[in-house]
Write a protein that binds this ligand. Sequence first.
Ligand SMILES: *[C@@H]1O[C@H](CO)[C@@H](O)[C@H](O)[C@H]1NC(C)=O
Ligand SMILES: *[C@@H]1O[C@H](CO)[C@@H](O)[C@H](O)[C@H]1NC(C)=O
Length: 312
Amino acid sequence: MLIVEMNNLVVFTVLLKISFSVGFDLNKTVACNIQYYFYHGSSLSIYDIKSFSKIIDNPNFDPDKPTTFYIYGTIEGIWVPTVIAVKDAYLANGRHNFIIVGNKNPFLHVFNNALIIADKFSENMLELINSGYDYSKTTFVSFSLGSKAIAPMTSRLIKMKSNNKFKLPKIVALDPGIVRNNELHLSGGERLNSNDADFVMTVHTDCHYWGTKESHGHVNFWINGGCDQPMCVNDFTKSVCNHLMAAYYWAEAVKSDSKTAFKSRQCASWKHYLKKDCDLSLPVAYIGLYTQANITGDYYVRTKKVVPYSRS
Ligand SMILES: *[C@@H]1O[C@H](CO)[C@@H](O)[C@H](O)[C@H]1NC(C)=O
Ligand SMILES: *[C@@H]1O[C@H](CO)[C@@H](O)[C@H](O)[C@H]1NC(C)=O
Protein backbone atom coordinates (compact mmCIF):
# COMPACT_ATOMS: atom_id res chain seq x y z
CA MET A 1 0.00 0.00 0.00
CA LEU A 2 2.91 2.28 0.82
CA ILE A 3 4.48 1.53 -2.56
CA VAL A 4 1.16 1.99 -4.31
CA GLU A 5 0.71 5.34 -2.62
CA MET A 6 4.23 6.45 -3.54
CA ASN A 7 3.72 5.41 -7.16
CA ASN A 8 0.44 7.27 -7.24
CA LEU A 9 2.15 10.32 -5.86
CA VAL A 10 4.76 10.23 -8.60
CA VAL A 11 2.11 9.82 -11.30
CA PHE A 12 0.06 12.56 -9.69
CA THR A 13 3.01 14.96 -9.54
CA VAL A 14 3.90 14.30 -13.17
CA LEU A 15 0.28 14.84 -14.25
CA LEU A 16 0.15 18.01 -12.20
CA LYS A 17 3.27 19.37 -13.90
CA ILE A 18 1.94 18.52 -17.35
CA SER A 19 -1.42 20.05 -16.47
CA PHE A 20 0.14 23.26 -15.23
CA SER A 21 2.11 23.68 -18.40
CA VAL A 22 -1.14 23.61 -20.39
CA GLY A 23 -2.84 26.15 -18.15
CA PHE A 24 -4.86 23.83 -15.91
CA ASP A 25 -6.53 25.59 -12.96
CA LEU A 26 -5.84 23.30 -10.01
CA ASN A 27 -7.87 25.31 -7.48
CA LYS A 28 -10.95 25.17 -9.64
CA THR A 29 -10.53 21.48 -10.39
CA VAL A 30 -10.11 20.58 -6.72
CA ALA A 31 -13.11 22.72 -5.70
CA CYS A 32 -15.39 21.42 -8.46
CA ASN A 33 -14.63 17.85 -7.46
CA ILE A 34 -15.42 18.27 -3.75
CA GLN A 35 -18.29 15.99 -2.78
CA TYR A 36 -20.54 15.88 0.25
CA TYR A 37 -22.12 12.48 0.75
CA PHE A 38 -25.22 12.65 2.92
CA TYR A 39 -26.26 9.17 4.05
CA HIS A 40 -29.74 8.44 5.34
CA GLY A 41 -31.20 4.99 5.83
CA SER A 42 -30.00 2.95 2.88
CA SER A 43 -29.89 6.00 0.60
CA LEU A 44 -27.22 8.47 -0.34
CA SER A 45 -27.66 12.05 -1.55
CA ILE A 46 -24.57 13.63 -3.09
CA TYR A 47 -23.97 17.38 -3.05
CA ASP A 48 -21.20 19.53 -4.51
CA ILE A 49 -19.96 23.01 -3.63
CA LYS A 50 -22.84 24.61 -5.54
CA SER A 51 -25.65 22.54 -4.06
CA PHE A 52 -24.22 21.95 -0.56
CA SER A 53 -26.47 24.38 1.34
CA LYS A 54 -29.56 22.51 0.05
CA ILE A 55 -28.70 19.64 2.41
CA ILE A 56 -30.91 21.16 5.09
CA ASP A 57 -33.86 21.10 2.65
CA ASN A 58 -33.48 17.34 2.30
CA PRO A 59 -36.47 15.82 4.13
CA ASN A 60 -34.10 13.24 5.62
CA PHE A 61 -31.98 15.92 7.27
CA ASP A 62 -33.19 16.18 10.86
CA PRO A 63 -32.43 19.64 12.29
CA ASP A 64 -32.96 18.33 15.82
CA LYS A 65 -30.12 15.83 15.53
CA PRO A 66 -26.43 16.60 15.86
CA THR A 67 -24.59 16.56 12.53
CA THR A 68 -21.31 14.76 11.99
CA PHE A 69 -19.04 15.56 9.07
CA TYR A 70 -16.53 12.77 8.44
CA ILE A 71 -13.43 14.02 6.65
CA TYR A 72 -11.42 11.09 5.37
CA GLY A 73 -7.71 10.71 4.64
CA THR A 74 -5.31 10.97 1.72
CA ILE A 75 -6.55 9.43 -1.56
CA GLU A 76 -9.44 7.75 0.23
CA GLY A 77 -13.01 7.56 -1.02
CA ILE A 78 -16.41 6.27 0.06
CA TRP A 79 -15.43 2.78 -1.14
CA VAL A 80 -12.58 2.48 1.40
CA PRO A 81 -13.31 -0.18 4.09
CA THR A 82 -12.59 2.12 7.06
CA VAL A 83 -14.84 4.84 5.60
CA ILE A 84 -17.60 2.26 5.09
CA ALA A 85 -17.13 1.01 8.66
CA VAL A 86 -17.50 4.52 10.10
CA LYS A 87 -20.49 5.29 7.86
CA ASP A 88 -22.24 2.02 8.77
CA ALA A 89 -21.58 2.72 12.45
CA TYR A 90 -23.26 6.14 12.30
CA LEU A 91 -26.20 4.75 10.34
CA ALA A 92 -26.62 1.91 12.84
CA ASN A 93 -26.39 4.40 15.69
CA GLY A 94 -29.05 6.56 14.08
CA ARG A 95 -28.68 9.59 16.35
CA HIS A 96 -26.84 11.82 13.87
CA ASN A 97 -27.09 13.39 10.47
CA PHE A 98 -24.00 11.92 8.81
CA ILE A 99 -22.16 13.55 5.92
CA ILE A 100 -18.83 12.49 4.41
CA VAL A 101 -16.56 15.21 3.04
CA GLY A 102 -14.36 14.08 0.17
CA ASN A 103 -13.41 14.49 -3.43
CA LYS A 104 -14.72 12.78 -6.53
CA ASN A 105 -11.11 12.28 -7.58
CA PRO A 106 -9.13 10.59 -4.77
CA PHE A 107 -5.85 11.92 -6.15
CA LEU A 108 -7.05 15.46 -5.46
CA HIS A 109 -7.71 14.61 -1.79
CA VAL A 110 -4.09 15.19 -0.76
CA PHE A 111 -2.15 17.40 1.64
CA ASN A 112 -1.11 19.83 -1.10
CA ASN A 113 -4.78 20.64 -1.75
CA ALA A 114 -5.94 20.73 1.88
CA LEU A 115 -6.16 24.51 2.03
CA ILE A 116 -8.24 24.69 -1.15
CA ILE A 117 -10.64 22.07 0.24
CA ALA A 118 -10.83 23.78 3.65
CA ASP A 119 -11.43 27.14 2.02
CA LYS A 120 -14.41 25.86 -0.03
CA PHE A 121 -15.76 23.71 2.80
CA SER A 122 -15.70 26.72 5.16
CA GLU A 123 -17.56 28.86 2.61
CA ASN A 124 -20.12 26.09 2.16
CA MET A 125 -20.58 25.77 5.93
CA LEU A 126 -21.19 29.52 6.23
CA GLU A 127 -23.82 29.27 3.46
CA LEU A 128 -25.43 26.40 5.35
CA ILE A 129 -25.47 28.47 8.55
CA ASN A 130 -27.04 31.35 6.61
CA SER A 131 -29.72 28.94 5.41
CA GLY A 132 -30.66 28.22 9.02
CA TYR A 133 -28.32 25.39 10.00
CA ASP A 134 -27.44 25.22 13.71
CA TYR A 135 -23.61 25.15 13.80
CA SER A 136 -23.62 24.41 17.53
CA LYS A 137 -24.73 20.85 16.67
CA THR A 138 -21.65 20.17 14.53
CA THR A 139 -18.84 17.68 15.05
CA PHE A 140 -15.97 17.15 12.63
CA VAL A 141 -14.75 13.58 12.80
CA SER A 142 -11.63 13.27 10.74
CA PHE A 143 -8.96 10.75 9.87
CA SER A 144 -5.30 11.29 9.03
CA LEU A 145 -5.16 14.08 6.41
CA GLY A 146 -8.60 15.22 7.54
CA SER A 147 -7.35 15.48 11.13
CA LYS A 148 -4.01 17.07 10.49
CA ALA A 149 -5.20 19.66 7.98
CA ILE A 150 -8.73 19.83 6.58
CA ALA A 151 -10.77 19.74 9.81
CA PRO A 152 -8.68 22.26 11.79
CA MET A 153 -8.19 24.61 8.83
CA THR A 154 -11.90 24.57 7.98
CA SER A 155 -12.75 25.35 11.60
CA ARG A 156 -10.24 28.25 11.67
CA LEU A 157 -11.54 29.64 8.38
CA ILE A 158 -15.19 29.51 9.55
CA LYS A 159 -14.18 31.39 12.69
CA MET A 160 -12.12 33.92 10.78
CA LYS A 161 -14.65 34.52 7.99
CA SER A 162 -17.44 35.01 10.55
CA ASN A 163 -15.38 37.45 12.65
CA ASN A 164 -15.20 34.94 15.52
CA LYS A 165 -18.95 34.47 15.59
CA PHE A 166 -18.88 30.75 14.86
CA LYS A 167 -16.64 28.39 16.76
CA LEU A 168 -16.70 24.67 16.11
CA PRO A 169 -17.94 22.67 19.14
CA LYS A 170 -15.96 19.49 18.56
CA ILE A 171 -13.24 17.79 16.56
CA VAL A 172 -12.57 14.07 16.84
CA ALA A 173 -9.16 13.56 15.24
CA LEU A 174 -8.54 9.91 14.40
CA ASP A 175 -4.82 9.22 14.16
CA PRO A 176 -3.94 12.75 13.03
CA GLY A 177 -1.16 12.52 10.45
CA ILE A 178 2.24 13.85 11.32
CA VAL A 179 2.96 17.39 10.06
CA ARG A 180 6.68 17.85 9.58
CA ASN A 181 8.21 21.31 9.94
CA ASN A 182 8.76 21.67 6.20
CA GLU A 183 5.05 20.87 5.64
CA LEU A 184 3.66 23.23 8.24
CA HIS A 185 2.53 25.74 5.59
CA LEU A 186 0.23 23.03 4.16
CA SER A 187 -1.75 22.97 7.41
CA GLY A 188 -2.06 26.74 7.53
CA GLY A 189 1.14 27.32 9.54
CA GLU A 190 -0.28 25.58 12.61
CA ARG A 191 -0.73 22.00 13.69
CA LEU A 192 -4.06 20.75 14.99
CA ASN A 193 -4.46 22.27 18.47
CA SER A 194 -6.97 22.84 21.24
CA ASN A 195 -7.99 26.24 19.84
CA ASP A 196 -9.46 24.52 16.80
CA ALA A 197 -12.72 23.61 18.59
CA ASP A 198 -14.30 23.92 22.01
CA PHE A 199 -13.34 20.29 22.49
CA VAL A 200 -10.60 18.54 20.53
CA MET A 201 -10.05 14.85 21.19
CA THR A 202 -7.46 12.75 19.43
CA VAL A 203 -7.21 8.97 19.09
CA HIS A 204 -3.71 7.68 18.30
CA THR A 205 -2.88 4.28 16.82
CA ASP A 206 0.32 4.64 14.77
CA CYS A 207 3.47 6.51 15.72
CA HIS A 208 5.86 5.09 13.14
CA TYR A 209 5.02 6.69 9.84
CA TRP A 210 1.45 7.95 9.34
CA GLY A 211 0.61 9.19 12.81
CA THR A 212 2.40 11.25 15.42
CA LYS A 213 3.67 11.03 19.00
CA GLU A 214 2.61 14.61 19.75
CA SER A 215 -0.42 15.51 21.87
CA HIS A 216 -2.62 17.98 20.00
CA GLY A 217 -6.00 17.89 21.70
CA HIS A 218 -7.58 18.78 25.00
CA VAL A 219 -7.57 15.05 25.53
CA ASN A 220 -5.49 12.48 23.70
CA PHE A 221 -6.15 8.75 23.73
CA TRP A 222 -3.17 6.49 23.08
CA ILE A 223 -4.70 3.16 22.18
CA ASN A 224 -2.32 0.31 22.97
CA GLY A 225 0.26 3.05 23.52
CA GLY A 226 -0.54 4.78 20.23
CA CYS A 227 2.16 3.00 18.23
CA ASP A 228 1.45 -0.66 17.54
CA GLN A 229 -1.91 -2.36 17.32
CA PRO A 230 -1.97 -6.04 18.35
CA MET A 231 -3.89 -7.23 15.26
CA CYS A 232 -1.36 -5.62 12.88
CA VAL A 233 1.26 -8.30 12.48
CA ASN A 234 2.35 -8.24 8.85
CA ASP A 235 5.69 -6.38 8.77
CA PHE A 236 5.07 -4.86 5.37
CA THR A 237 1.63 -3.38 6.06
CA LYS A 238 2.04 -2.85 9.80
CA SER A 239 2.19 0.93 9.88
CA VAL A 240 -0.80 1.37 7.55
CA CYS A 241 -2.75 -1.21 9.53
CA ASN A 242 -1.91 0.57 12.82
CA HIS A 243 -3.09 3.84 11.31
CA LEU A 244 -6.38 2.50 9.95
CA MET A 245 -7.28 0.89 13.29
CA ALA A 246 -8.14 4.35 14.66
CA ALA A 247 -11.16 4.42 12.34
CA TYR A 248 -12.21 0.84 13.19
CA TYR A 249 -12.01 1.52 16.96
CA TRP A 250 -14.07 4.67 16.48
CA ALA A 251 -16.63 2.79 14.37
CA GLU A 252 -16.98 0.20 17.12
CA ALA A 253 -17.54 2.87 19.78
CA VAL A 254 -20.12 4.71 17.63
CA LYS A 255 -21.99 1.58 16.62
CA SER A 256 -22.32 0.35 20.21
CA ASP A 257 -23.49 3.82 21.33
CA SER A 258 -21.65 2.92 24.52
CA LYS A 259 -20.85 5.45 27.22
CA THR A 260 -18.21 3.15 28.67
CA ALA A 261 -16.24 1.79 25.69
CA PHE A 262 -12.43 1.78 25.73
CA LYS A 263 -12.11 2.68 29.40
CA SER A 264 -8.90 4.71 29.58
CA ARG A 265 -6.62 5.93 32.33
CA GLN A 266 -4.64 9.08 32.62
CA CYS A 267 -1.03 8.09 33.07
CA ALA A 268 2.50 9.47 32.72
CA SER A 269 3.28 7.13 29.81
CA TRP A 270 2.39 3.82 28.19
CA LYS A 271 5.18 2.15 30.18
CA HIS A 272 3.67 3.48 33.40
CA TYR A 273 0.25 2.26 32.27
CA LEU A 274 1.57 -1.25 31.57
CA LYS A 275 3.19 -1.33 35.01
CA LYS A 276 -0.16 -0.19 36.48
CA ASP A 277 1.71 2.81 37.81
CA CYS A 278 -1.01 5.44 37.22
CA ASP A 279 -2.64 7.85 39.66
CA LEU A 280 -5.86 5.96 40.37
CA SER A 281 -7.48 9.01 41.94
CA LEU A 282 -7.71 10.67 38.51
CA PRO A 283 -11.01 10.25 36.63
CA VAL A 284 -11.20 7.52 33.98
CA ALA A 285 -12.35 8.40 30.47
CA TYR A 286 -14.08 6.53 27.67
CA ILE A 287 -13.68 6.77 23.91
CA GLY A 288 -16.80 7.39 21.86
CA LEU A 289 -19.66 9.76 21.30
CA TYR A 290 -19.97 10.46 25.02
CA THR A 291 -16.35 11.24 25.94
CA GLN A 292 -16.62 13.84 28.69
CA ALA A 293 -15.65 17.25 27.30
CA ASN A 294 -14.26 18.37 30.65
CA ILE A 295 -11.25 16.06 30.73
CA THR A 296 -7.74 16.94 29.58
CA GLY A 297 -4.44 15.18 29.20
CA ASP A 298 -3.08 11.88 27.92
CA TYR A 299 -5.08 8.71 28.42
CA TYR A 300 -4.08 5.10 27.75
CA VAL A 301 -6.08 1.99 27.05
CA ARG A 302 -5.45 -1.58 25.93
CA THR A 303 -7.71 -3.41 23.46
CA LYS A 304 -8.37 -6.98 22.52
CA LYS A 305 -6.92 -8.36 19.31
CA VAL A 306 -10.34 -9.25 17.87
CA VAL A 307 -13.79 -7.65 17.79
CA PRO A 308 -15.16 -6.30 19.97
CA TYR A 309 -11.86 -4.54 20.56
CA SER A 310 -13.00 -2.70 23.68
CA ARG A 311 -12.34 -4.52 26.95
CA SER A 312 -14.89 -2.44 28.86
C1 LIG B 1 -5.44 28.54 -4.79
O1 LIG B 1 -5.96 28.34 -3.48
C2 LIG B 1 -5.07 28.68 -2.44
C3 LIG B 1 -5.73 28.27 -1.13
O2 LIG B 1 -7.02 28.78 -0.99
C4 LIG B 1 -4.74 30.16 -2.51
O3 LIG B 1 -3.81 30.50 -1.50
C5 LIG B 1 -4.14 30.47 -3.88
O4 LIG B 1 -3.92 31.86 -4.00
C6 LIG B 1 -5.06 30.00 -4.99
N1 LIG B 1 -4.41 30.15 -6.29
C7 LIG B 1 -5.03 30.69 -7.34
C8 LIG B 1 -4.21 30.73 -8.58
O5 LIG B 1 -6.16 31.13 -7.29
C1 LIG C 1 -17.12 16.27 34.13
O1 LIG C 1 -18.51 16.35 33.89
C2 LIG C 1 -19.27 15.29 34.44
C3 LIG C 1 -20.71 15.45 34.01
O2 LIG C 1 -20.77 15.48 32.61
C4 LIG C 1 -19.13 15.30 35.97
O3 LIG C 1 -19.84 14.20 36.51
C5 LIG C 1 -17.67 15.22 36.34
O4 LIG C 1 -17.53 15.37 37.72
C6 LIG C 1 -16.85 16.28 35.63
N1 LIG C 1 -15.43 16.01 35.87
C7 LIG C 1 -14.55 16.97 36.09
C8 LIG C 1 -13.14 16.52 36.26
O5 LIG C 1 -14.85 18.15 36.18
